[in-house]
Design a protein around this ligand. Structure first.
Ligand code: GTQ
Length: 354
């Protein structure tokens, strides 16, 4: 580790000190002075590295998975996106999991629930649904869909095209606390008890049921349709102004609280007009980006990532990111920002200074 990155310099070793450390080890103990600079860093020292998953490269493999295993056998047919710095850990950042889920025509992914919360960002295909709390939501590309912690959910594809979406879950956070539970629903497909659009009309029209009290910590709105958010981005772009780093950037909101859609995951949508060259920005929430439209390039720390529609890339904690758009671009992103803010840990910095 570079000296610059630690506020504390490890003391020199000596035979006497090594001998002492050895005797500590026998008692399941260790000297703080050898690890202090690592466990209490001067600034975030992450194993998460800047990385990109190109959809064109992964799609054929996902379709191959479709021939290799059924959704029924797999429970969820998902290719996990693993950060190259965190291989084997089923995570895309230190705190978040991401994957690509495929559901073929005629398939169902049976009803279950777990303490981990999930988001979906639909990538391709038409006609599949996710059901939560007795309500089915039809998925369209770009739609942002929630599956709150401990909510029964099943997916199905009654249409005639393969449907793929990105899953984002807080699995590493839940497992850090060793608080994971999961169970099946007795029914493969949960009973449908509400009309499609029920949560949209109850909570998604700038109205709430009178004296509404939130029933859970997540948004009561299960789906944020892309058509509506895209129109909003378009209007804001015409109205300006553009943020020097983010372009037009919005956060998805829980309409009952104004807060984040889920207690553990924040989600964002941004528009970068063709020719946009942003200024550097850094924050402590490692962020997963998904390109909904357009193509461009992001400088992430020392790494340059060029991306196009449907790709997914990661900006690790405290890495300066600079976005450039070669076409009109729409980026979806998600991070653990709500957790960091709840704990008073979140920081951001505009500018490239290290
Ligand atoms: O759709 O319920 O990517 O339970 C990982 C675990 C998706 C899901 C994942 C899951 C799901």
């Amino acid at each position: 580790m570079e000296i610059r990155s630690t506020f504390y310099v490890k003391p020199k070793s000596s035979p006497e000190r090594e001998d002492f450390n050895g005797r500590l080890a026998l008692k399941n103990a260790a000297p703080l002075w050898n690890v202090l600079g690592t466990i209490v860093p001067r600034e975030p020292q992450t194993r998460t590295v800047p990385a990109i998953w190109r959809y064109d490269e992964l799609r054929p493999l996902l379709m191959e998975a479709g021939r290799l295993i059924t959704a029924e056998e797999a429970e969820r047919r998902v290719v996990i996106l693993e950060n190259p710095g965190l291989r084997g850990e089923s995570r895309i950042t230190q705190s978040l999991y991401a994957g690509l889920q495929l559901i073929l025509p005629g398939e169902v992914a049976r009803t279950h629930r777990h303490t981990a919360a999930a988001l979906r960002l639909v990538i391709e295909g038409q006609g599949a649904y996710t059901a939560v709390d007795g309500e089915r939501t039809t998925m369209h590309p770009g739609d942002f869909i929630l599956t709150p912690s401990w909510a029964y959910h099943d997916h199905g594809n009654p249409g005639n095209t393969p449907v793929v979406w990105m899953d984002g879950l807080d699995i590493p956070i839940v497992n850090m606390f060793d608080s994971g539970f999961a169970e099946h629903h007795p029914d493969t497909m949960q009973p449908v008890s509400k009309d499609e659009g029920d949560s949209q009309s109850r909570y998604g029209s700038n109205l709430l049921p009178i004296e509404y009290t939130p029933q859970r910590k997540s948004s009561p709105l299960f789906a944020y349709p892309y058509a509506r958010s895209r129109e909003t981005l378009d209007r804001l772009h015409r109205g300006g102004p553009l943020h020097p780093s983010h372009g037009i950037k919005l956060q998805f909101a829980n309409p009952a609280t104004g807060g984040y859609p889920m207690p553990t995951i924040g989600a964002f949508l941004q528009f970068l007009p063709r020719g946009f060259r942003g200024l550097p920005y850094r924050s402590t929430d490692a962020t997963v980006f998904h390109v909904i439209e357009g193509c461009g390039n992001s400088q992430v720390g020392k790494t340059s990532l060029s991306w196009q529609a449907r790709d997914i890339f990661v900006v690790p904690s405290w890495n300066a990111v600079t976005h450039e758009a070669t076409e009109d671009v729409v980026l979806f992103s998600f991070s653990d920002r709500p957790v960091q803010k709840a704990l008073g840990l979140w920081r951001e910095l505009e500018g490239a200074t290290t």
